[in-house]
Design a protein around this ligand. Structure first.
Ligand SMILES: *[C@@H]1O[C@H](CO)[C@@H](O)[C@H](O)[C@H]1NC(C)=O
Ligand SMILES: *[C@@H]1O[C@H](CO)[C@@H](O)[C@H](O)[C@H]1NC(C)=O
Length: 305
């Protein structure tokens, strides 16, 4: 476009210069003769016409060039407009996408905030759970300790129960036995242990049948005895011993030769293994009839200790 305008200016200046010189020539020749002047004028007119044509041709070419250029510019303008349209559309699309993205980002932010809140809540719950677990662990440990203590106590109690059962079993103690059914029972130079051999009752087998009662458990026992004599004018004597130590001594002097009874009893605290028996001293005798258990030795445990 700028090139075309420059060309146009150049053409105009050329044409103007030529016209000026032609007018100068006409003025000079007009001063000579009229015919010559007319011929010269015609020639000049022809020349002017030729110049005018040249000018018009140049202008037409310029115009055509301008039109071509204008068309090109229009085309380019249309293309630019289309591009602008396309860009506008694209921009709108991008804006829409941007808006959507912003919305997404905001949503994500909200989601994130919600997630953070949830996470915080979960952390709190987790901490609470941990505390709960710790508490449970402590409780469990305490219960274990208690259980161990209870087990220990149970074992002790079971042992105690076992012992008590054994004691209870051993505590079933009661006996009665008649003497010998052999008539006279006489001691020699030493004490005579009375062997009550006719066993009537012997629960717990604490009475040995040898005349000795042996305590199976520690406890309080009761013993009693009865012995009989038929001998006239003689002294009868009976003694009770615990572990060889005399506890009772009874006398009787029979004058008529009829039955005389000596009887007594004692409550004794015995340790396990303590022995109780009856004796007559040296040079004494008593009578044991063949019937009826007239002389007896009895005992039983009142309660263990
Ligand atoms: C405008 O976009 C259309 C398709 O979207 C394409 O065919 C055309 O060539 C584009 N025009 C310009 C000038 O970019
Ligand atoms: C005396 O004891 C004996 C047990 O040794 C028993 O068999 C008897 O029946 C008892 N009574 C009499 C009256 O003998």
């Amino acid at each position: 476009m700028r090139a075309s305008i420059t060309l146009l200016v150049l053409l105009f200046s050329i044409c103007g210069a030529q016209t000026q010189s032609t007018q100068t020539e006409v003025q000079t020749e007009g001063q000579s003769t009229g015919a010559a002047a007319a011929a010269t004028a015609a020639a000049a007119a022809a020349e002017v016409e030729a110049l005018e044509r040249t000018k018009v041709g140049a202008l037409e070419r310029v115009t055509a060039a301008q039109e071509a250029e204008l068309t090109a510019v229009r085309t380019r303008l249309a293309t630019s407009e289309a591009e602008v349209m396309n860009l506008t559309k694209e921009n709108a699309a991008l804006e829409t996408r941007l808006a959507a993205t912003v919305t997404d980002v905001e949503d994500l932010k909200m989601d994130s905030a919600a997630h953070e809140q949830e996470l915080a809540a979960l952390k709190t719950r987790l901490a609470a759970s941990k505390t709960g677990i710790d508490d449970l662990k402590k409780e469990n440990a305490a219960q274990k300790a208690e259980l161990t203590a209870v087990k220990t106590r149970l074992a002790a109690t079971e042992t105690e129960v076992d012992n008590l059962e054994k004691i209870t079993e051993k505590s079933k103690v009661a006996f009665s036995a008649g003497l010998t059914r052999s008539g006279w029972v006489v001691s020699g130079d030493t004490d005579l242990n009375l062997v009550f051999s006719r066993i009537i009752t012997n629960v717990g087998q604490a009475y040995k049948g040898t005349g000795f009662f042996t305590a199976p458990v520690r406890g309080v026992y009761y013993f009693r005895f009865t012995v009989v004599d038929l001998l006239a004018s003689q002294e009868m004597q009976i003694r009770m011993y615990k572990n060889g130590q005399m506890l009772i001594r009874l006398y009787e002097y029979d004058t008529d030769g009829k039955r005389t009874y000596l009887s007594s009893g004692l409550t004794l605290l015995l340790e396990v293994g303590d022995e109780v028996n009856l004796r007559i001293p040296p040079g004494r005798r008593l009578y044991d009839h063949y019937c009826c258990n007239e002389s007896t030795f009895s005992g039983f445990l009142l309660f263990p200790l």
